[in-house]
Each structure stands twice: as structure tokens, then as C-alpha cells.
Design a protein around this ligand. Structure first.
Ligand code: DON
Length: 312
């Protein structure tokens, strides 16, 4: 005989429920429209998930609603580039300085053309160009397999989002050609751009994001599947750059106010990582003027303050 579920939620679950109720009222921001398909997203979706390194998952709201990962993919593909090439080669191609510029800025180091970090588009396209594989299909499989290992389930691509960005991503295409001009990308930049557009269109839900963050918190091993998603030595560079550059031109304020390595995406997702402890995923597609989820930022600020998660 199985017992009925307990009527009293755990304190963490009760806390998340309260948080969700409270922040549902915050309706600031607008969904991204510069990718036509993203403009169709229901603006008021809202989920919060917290996943611990020992495999507990607490979720509230639209935790299973699918959306495109967008820039939250960037630290993970940077991790793949590190695994496939080693630190020295990646450091030649991509810097580690915050820019204070918007995500789509063409922030290249004067002289070398090296993108300043892997969290802005220029650095992310350079990272995509470093993914190993002899064919475009093999490189895509490498990215999908790695992202799936972080999430703990097979992820796929939202084809409509991919095509929408492929057909309108002229600025990213210009960045790709700048990288080609400086020799950061060898040969035709189009395959790296194709991979970048596809990685941004990977479909996730808020629960996936929390588990991806928890896998980072757990030294690269997924808390539930036990599968290693990235070599442990690369967690440090990934989390370092999430800390200094993950929220674009809000990164300084984020570290000041929240104090956790994090990454946002224009699909409305945010991940935040408390190393050794837990991962947080928030989904809310209304963005602030910097392209970060407005509610996501507010919720993370509150969780960090309430639970004392700031790393300092
Ligand atoms: O490159 C782009 O424009 C998008 N596919 C990803 C940008 C993104 O998510 C920026 N994040 N806030």
C-alpha cells in the first residue's frame, strides 16, 4: 500500500510557492521581438525550479513549459570548446574580460580581434567554431549530447526558432565575418553560425535549466543520472566567466546584488549556481532593457537575499 502524498509541503516548496505568488504580480518588461518567432511567446509564463546536488528538485509554476535556451547555452558550449581543445587553444581565441556592453556588441580586442569573453555573441560564435567534429552533423550532435547530459534527458531543437534566427541573424553573421577577418574563425564562418543558431534554439524547460545549473554546482556530474557532462577541471573557467560576464552589462550589478555565477537568455531563462550546493532555473520571458528576464532577475535577487546565497 502506498501512502498518500504529504499534505504539508516541504519548507523549500512552500517558500517557492510563496515566491511565485508574489512575483506573478511583477509584469515589467517585454518579450524579445528581434527574432520573429520569439515575439509569439506567451509573455506571462513563469516558472521557478531549484535543484540540489543530492538530486532533490523543487518546482513551481510553468516549470515544464518548453522554450528556447538561447544564450544560456553559451557557458555550456564554452565548456565543450575547452574539452575539445584545452585551455591554451581556447584562450588564444576567446578572452575573459567583461565588456559592460550589450550581448550583441561587436566587442573584439583591438589588434587581435579576439572576442572579449564567451558570453557575448562574438565569443559564443568563436566557441561554436571550436566544437570538434569532422562534419556539421557531428558537431551538432556533440553540442546536443553535451547539453542533454547537463539536463539529464535528450534535448532537441525548436526548428521554427532556429529558422527564424537563421533568416534574420544578420548582425551575428557580420560578427562571424569579423571573426573570419581576424583569423579567429578559420575559413567560412557559416558552419559556426549555423551551429550557434541551432544551440540557441535548443528546447528546454525550467526544470532542465535548474538541473543543468545543479550539474555545474556538482562539479560536472548530473545529480540524478550520475553522468559526467564535462570534465571537472573546466567547471572553474565556466563558472568564473558566468560570474564576471554572464548577465552582460548587468553583470556587475548582478554580482553585487545576487553574488552567484549565472547566465541569462532572451528566451526568458536564467540559471544561477551555488557551487557544491544547488542550481536555480527561472523562466519568465518578459525581458528588461538589457535582455535579461525581468522577473528572473528579481526572483534571483530575492532568493539570494532570503537564503543567504551570495558567495561573499
Ligand atoms: O544571438 C542571439 O541574438 C540569440 N540567439 C541569443 C542571444 C541571447 O540570448 C542574449 N541573452 N540575453
Amino acid at each position: 500500500m502506498s501512502l498518500p502524498p504529504s499534505a504539508t509541503p516541504s519548507p523549500i516548496q512552500a517558500y517557492l510557492d510563496t515566491l511565485h505568488r508574489e512575483f506573478s504580480g511583477l509584469t515589467a518588461g517585454e518579450v524579445a521581438t528581434y527574432i520573429p518567432e520569439l515575439a509569439k511567446v506567451a509573455p506571462d509564463g513563469f516558472g521557478i525550479v531549484l535543484a540540489t546536488v543530492d538530486g532533490q528538485v523543487y518546482e513551481v509554476g510553468d516549470a515544464r513549459h518548453a522554450f528556447s535556451i538561447q544564450s544560456v547555452s553559451k557557458p555550456f558550449v564554452y565548456g565543450i570548446a575547452l574539452e575539445d581543445n584545452g585551455r591554451a587553444r581556447v584562450e588564444q581565441a576567446i578572452g575573459m574580460e567583461p565588456t559592460g556592453d550589450p550581448f550583441n556588441a561587436i566587442s573584439l580586442e583591438p589588434g587581435t580581434g579576439r572576442p572579449l569573453n564567451p558570453m557575448i555573441n562574438a565569443g559564443a560564435i568563436a566557441a561554436a567554431a571550436l566544437v570538434a567534429g569532422t562534419t556539421e552533423a557531428a558537431r551538432l550532435a556533440r553540442v546536443l549530447d553535451a547539453l542533454s547530459a547537463f539536463a539529464g534527458r535528450p534535448l532537441d531543437i525548436d526548428q521554427a526558432i532556429f529558422e527564424s534566427e537563421r533568416d534574420t541573424g544578420h548582425r551575428n553573421r557580420a560578427i562571424g565575418h569579423m571573426l573570419r577577418n581576424y583569423g579567429i574563425v578559420d575559413g567560412d564562418p557559416e558552419p559556426a553560425l549555423g551551429l550557434y543558431f541551432r544551440q540557441c534554439a535548443v528546447r528546454v524547460d525550467c526544470r532542465d535549466l535548474a538541473l543543468m545549473a545543479a550539474t555545474l554546482a556538482n562539479g560536472g556530474v548530473h545529480p540524478a543520472t550520475g553522468q559526467r557532462a564535462v570534465r571537472s577541471e573546466f567547471i572553474e573557467p565556466m563558472l568564473s566567466l558566468m560570474t564576471t560576464c554572464g548577465m552582460y552589462d548587468y553583470s556587475g550589478s548582478w554580482v553585487y546584488n545576487v553574488g552567484l555565477p549565472a547566465k541569462s537568455g532572451v528566451g526568458g531563462g536564467i540559471i544561477a549556481v551555488l557551487p557544491g550546493q544547488l542550481g536555480i532555473g527561472v523562466y519568465s520571458p518578459r525581458l528588461d532593457e538589457r535582455g535579461n528576464s525581468a522577473r528572473g532577475v528579481a526572483v534571483c535577487r530575492r532568493i539570494s537575499a532570503d537564503l543567504g546565497l551570495h558567495f561573499l
